[in-house]
Every structure is written in structure tokens, then in C-alpha cells.
Design a protein around this ligand. Structure first.
Ligand code: PEP
Ligand code: MN
Length: 247
């Protein structure tokens, strides 16, 4: 499974252009945040429902299912009306009331590991969703905080074999938030596939320089397309099938 798209929904042109490009390159799910968990309250917070509507038109245009973050239990009913997959972000990993509420929906949930969450805690958070009756949980490692500053976070690739041993749930890798700089994204994406990841989440933006959020870690569409081509033989070598480009 390859999830790709911009950090945030910004406008119609940006969304439709990116959705078409990632579909053409072979992505299987389109991403974009309409409710953004930003460190500063003065940073762009997302377009809210207007953003969800743009994601819906991206789905209508490309046929790709969409994933978007639900930040607050109050917005859950709204987000459920638009999203095919609900994303619970790193900062909400132990928001147990949100986890229980997404567990009561019938939508698949992608749960991102917190930046200071052990694997055991990560799996117990997943358990909050499962225990409410929702079995469709996808785990996603997005980097943990260490003393290293050359990258935004440190990608814990060893969580892949650990989680494979401890859980039946699929584990995706998000190299974009892990490294925080587009230069290192392709290398870590390939390593993740080699290590047995079940999929990737990658930020893609047509004009990263102008992105309202996470531009520095976003791949341009042509780089994303090239990346997927280089991943295909690695996926084949570990017995995994890539989604077909343009399907
Ligand atoms: C995101 O996917 O854009 C995001 C905010 O990720 P995380 O929750 O991993 O920081
Ligand atoms: Mn982001």
C-alpha cells in the first residue's frame, strides 16, 4: 500500500494536481490533512470541512480512496462522512477517548506512533481501537524523538520485525515525517520495504517551496514517481507486490 499526497489540503489546484500525479505514479491511497496538529497555534491549522470537500473531489477525479486526520472527537462524524481511512496522528496516540471513538466507526484507522511511544504502548493504543470492535487498524511508524538533530526524528525501522513478531496488524512506514528533509526520504522508503513494511506513507507536493506545511520533506511528483520505480524490485525481492501505476 502506498499512501501519498501533501501534508495539508491548501486549494483545489494543488489537490487535484497532486492526486492525479500520485495516481499516475502508482499510489494506492491519496492523503491530505484538513485538520492539522501544528506546534504553533499561529501556524496554518488546515481548511477544515472545505478541505474535506476538496479531498472528495480528488477521489471523484482519480478514484483513489482518501485518508485524512481526525484531530478531535468533536470532528469525527464530519470526517467519517468524507474519509475512506481515518488517520490518528502521532500527537493523539494516547488520546484514549479519540481511540475509543474511532474504534466505534466502521472505517479503517491508520494509527501513527507517537514521538515518545514505546512499541508496547503503540500496540496498546491500537488495542483501544480493536477492543471497541473495529478490526481494521493499520500501524504507522513516523520516527521517534532522539538526541539526533540532523533529521527531524529518528526512523525506528527495527519496529517492523518487532511488530511483525508481536502483532498481526500491518505496519506502514512514513519516512517523510521521520527524516524531515526530502533528500533522505527515498533511501528510508527503500529500506522500509526491504525490512518488510506493508506499505509507505509519503508526502508529495507539486511546489514544495510554497507548501503551507512540511514542504521541506515533501517530494516533487517526478521524484515520487522515480522512487516507486526503484522500490518495485525491492518489493519483489521480499515477496511483496506494488500497486499498479495508474490503476
Ligand atoms: C501528518 O501525517 O501530516 C502528520 C501530522 O503526521 P504525524 O502525526 O506523524 O506528525
Ligand atoms: Mn506533514
Amino acid at each position: 500500500m502506498v499512501i501519498a499526497g501533501p501534508c495539508s489540503v491548501e486549494n483545489e489546484g494543488q489537490i487535484l494536481e497532486t492526486a492525479r500525479a500520485v495516481k499516475e505514479a502508482g499510489a494506492s491511497v491519496f492523503r491530505g490533512g484538513a485538520f492539522k496538529p501544528r506546534t504553533s497555534p499561529y501556524s496554518f491549522q488546515g481548511m477544515g470541512e472545505e478541505g474535506l470537500k476538496l479531498l472528495q473531489s480528488a477521489r471523484e477525479t482519480t478514484g483513489l480512496p482518501i485518508i485524512t486526520e481526525v484531530l478531535n472527537p468533536r470532528d469525527l462524524d464530519l470526517v467519517v462522512r468524507y474519509a475512506d481511512i481515518l488517520q490518528v496522528g502521532a500527537r493523539n496516540i494516547q488520546n484514549f477517548s479519540l481511540l475509543k471513538e474511532v474504534g466505534q466507526t466502521k472505517k479503517p484507522v491508520l494509527l501513527k506512533r507517537g514521538m515518545a511511544t514505546t512499541i508496547k504502548e503503540f500496540l496498546m493504543s491500537a488495542e483501544y481501537i480493536l477492543s471497541e470492535g473495529n478490526n481494521d487498524v493499520i500501524l504507522c511508524e513516523r520516527g521517534i524523538r532522539t538526541f539526533e538533530t540532523a533529521t527531524r526524528n529518528t526512523l525506528d525501522l527495527s519496529c517492523i520485525p518487532v511488530i511483525k513478531r508481536m502483532s498481526h496488524l500491518p505496519i506502514l512506514i512514513d519516512p517523510s515525517h521521520a527524516v524531515g528533509t526530502w533528500h533522505y526520504v527515498a533511501s528510508m522508503a527503500r529500506a522500509a520495504v526491504a525490512a518488510g513494511a506493508d506499505g509507505l506513507m509519503i508526502e508529495v507536493h507539486p511546489n514544495p517551496e510554497e507548501a503551507l506545511c512540511d514542504g521541506g520533506q515533501s517530494l516533487k511528483p517526478n521524484r515520487f514517481e522515480h522512487l516507486l520505480k526503484t522500490i518495485a524490485p525491492i518489493a519483489a525481492a521480499v515477496g511483496k507486490k506494488m500497486p499498479q501505476a495508474g490503476n
